[in-house]
Design a protein around this ligand. Structure first.
Ligand code: STX
Length: 319
């Protein structure tokens, strides 16, 4: 329950809406907490993961105006799972469109996993709009990062789940599993797409916590969630996030955001976004506060991680 994770109690939005951001894409967003409070925008993971009602609970609702939205093709945004006009830089533009739509000048940014990737890309593109950054499970989509989780690395720690993940891929295609999945996730045959989407998603859900969580794993059985999550993640990964390898960690990029108060929370046993990337970020950006949680994996909702994330948002609540 939320108190065991040191999170704030469940709350309902005080408002929600949709925002048309391109010829085909419309975003779903929702506002919670204090209407005229300190604004914070939550950038969800995946990409393609969508927001979850529990994501509102990382923030003090008496202090923050909490803004959650589903990125292109994710969650309640439409068209679901669409890969058209769906790139990192389209999402960065969407965040600015949402900020202007909500008449916000500057805001705090919170993101984990892919959400940390997008937070860094957004801050480096619009540093003057970012009051603070709280990042979890640092992910910068370098080839080494993708290879570790999707080709050869995490597979050594979760051999049972790995066997299920590679099952849909014929042996000869296993030398590039992400590419092989791209073919199946974009197949003309709907059943092929769905089978691949569930196997892809189950691999991530099975490995996201220090202790495997059957309830979390069962979320992969949700067709709508898995289809969007798998198709959009795979699309971004085969395109290397539409960035140069290591771009977000380049000194010239970090110099643009070095002044922004930033707290990073990283699980020691995160096998999806291993701690080495958070450490590389710290080496190029020593000004950040880096907390490595000794008994956590990748998920935002493991006790040590959620406690530290709430401490971080409490620290920035009056900025
Ligand atoms: C490689 N993807 C990591 C990521 O962004 C992620 N992992 N789990 C999630 C959800 C919480 C959205 C399922 O996102």
């Amino acid at each position: 329950a939320y108190y065991a994770l040191n999170m704030y109690p469940p709350i309902e939005p005080y408002d929600s809406g949709t925002l048309k951001v391109s010829d085909i894409h419309t975003l779903y967003y929702e506002l919670s907490g204090k209407k005229d409070g300190n604004p914070v925008v939550f950038l969800h993971g995946g990409p393609g993961g969508g927001v979850h009602e529990k994501d509102r609970q990382f923030f003090n609702p008496e202090k923050y105006n909490i803004i959650l939205f589903d990125q292109r093709g994710s969650g309640k945004s439409t068209p679901t799972a669409s890969l058209e006009d769906n790139t990192t830089w389209d999402l960065v533009k969407d965040i600015e469109k949402l900020r202007e739509h909500l008449k916000i000048d500057k805001w705090n940014v919170f993101g984990g996993s892919w959400g940390s990737t997008l937070s860094l890309a957004y801050a480096q593109s619009h540093p003057d709009r970012v009051k603070s950054l709280v990042l979890r499970g640092i992910f910068t989509l370098r080839k080494t990062e993708l290879d570790f989780f999707y080709q050869n690395g995490a597979s050594h720690l979760f051999p049972e789940a790995w066997e299920e993940y590679i099952a849909p891929i014929p042996e000869p295609e296993r030398r590039d599993i992400v590419l092989a999945y791209h073919a199946q996730l974009n197949s003309v045959d709907e059943q092929t797409r769905l089978t691949a989407a569930k196997a892809w998603t189950k691999w991530e859900m099975a490995t996201s916590k220090l202790y495997m969580d059957p309830e979390h794993i069962a979320e992969a059985e949700n067709d709508h969630f898995s289809n969007a999550f798998a198709r959009i993640e795979n699309h971004y990964f085969v395109n290397s996030g539409f960035m140069r390898d290591g771009q977000l960690l380049e000194k010239q990029e970090i110099d643009k955001i070095r002044h922004i108060p930033t707290i990073v929370v990283q699980g020691r046993y995160d096998v999806i976004c291993p701690a080495t990337t958070a450490y590389d970020l710290k080496k190029v950006w020593p000004e950040i506060e880096l907390h490595i949680i000794p008994d956590a994996g990748h998920s935002s909702r493991e006790p040590g991680t959620s406690k530290k994330l709430v401490e971080a948002t409490d620290k920035f609540a009056d900025l």
